[in-house]
Design a protein around this ligand. Sequence first.
Ligand code: BGC
Length: 357
Amino acid sequence: MISECQISSKSFGLTPDGQEVLLFTLEVPGVIKASIMNLGATLVSLFTPDRNGQMGDIVLGFDSLAGYFQEDYQQEYCYIGATIGRVAGRTNHNQFILDGKIHHLPINQGDTHLHGGVSGWDRKLWEAEVFEEENEIGVLFKLMSSNSEEGYPGNLTVSVRYSINENAELKISYEAITDQATIINPTNHSYFNLSGDLSRDILDHRLTIYADRFLPINAEGFPEGLLKEVDDSPFDLRNGEQLGAVLADNHLQLIFGHGIDHSFELKPSGINAEVYHPKSGRKMTCTTTAPAVQVYTSNYLSGAFKGKGGVAFRRHAAICLETQGFPNAANREDLPSIRLNPGELFQSETIFKFTFE
Ligand code: BGC
């Protein structure tokens, strides 16, 4: 076990139907501290140091469990910090065909099946178990997602493993097996604001995505068309750009997304993305085995509900790097498959590493 690290757990309160939710805190003092609850296997807070050694919470969330149940929050479908499944994002026409059979997906947001549906993985109470290993400490969350739940075939046994280590890394990994052919495309929906002051926006953050192509969307936010080269567009983020400048561009795709709300095609090795906040010096790198990242600049946060410290979370309050397969991949032969067959093991891993400059 790593020296001086700490794991603790406590009750985070009761759900409206009386079930106890647990909050787990993992800490390497002065380096990284993460709290995760078993409702939705959700990252609730994440503290990292700025260049002066000042620890600050760099993810949106709520101070108490009740915050996650407030009506105004639930109506915005923003999934703060949650594990998303069985399939992240939007699936065109809310349906997919698998082995000749059409599967209809129930709608939850407007007329869209978004992020796993009405009672997706973000709403589930996961089984949880803490662990300590030679180089990391963490929590393993497990869930049984039953056949035909939210329209998806197959009984799926799924786990999400969160861990931290002395190198200031937060690792999130997923595994799943199924008893019938199905589709799976999970992600984590954390909203990062590296300033450590959640009342600020992220327009002064610099974003780098090492991607040559992105997936265009239509005016309703559904993927449309082939992967497109980022060249000569605001989606060329390979050299790092200030988000304020990127989001001020009037490119049609940014108008359709109300900001960035797009998937980028990732390279199979090396760092995939970086976010840097010049004022605090905090830098986050993201490395994943997933084929894509959905970058979302909190375009639909409206300020209607209050989060940590009574702060109303507004448009561009944070940035999400949702590592995953491409949205609507179930209906596309040209994108990496999200199909899982019996006898196969689904695996995906993302490492967020925190440094300062
Ligand atoms: C989607 C957005 C959505 C947000 C919150 C993102 O993954 O692409 O369109 O508003 O999640 O649900």
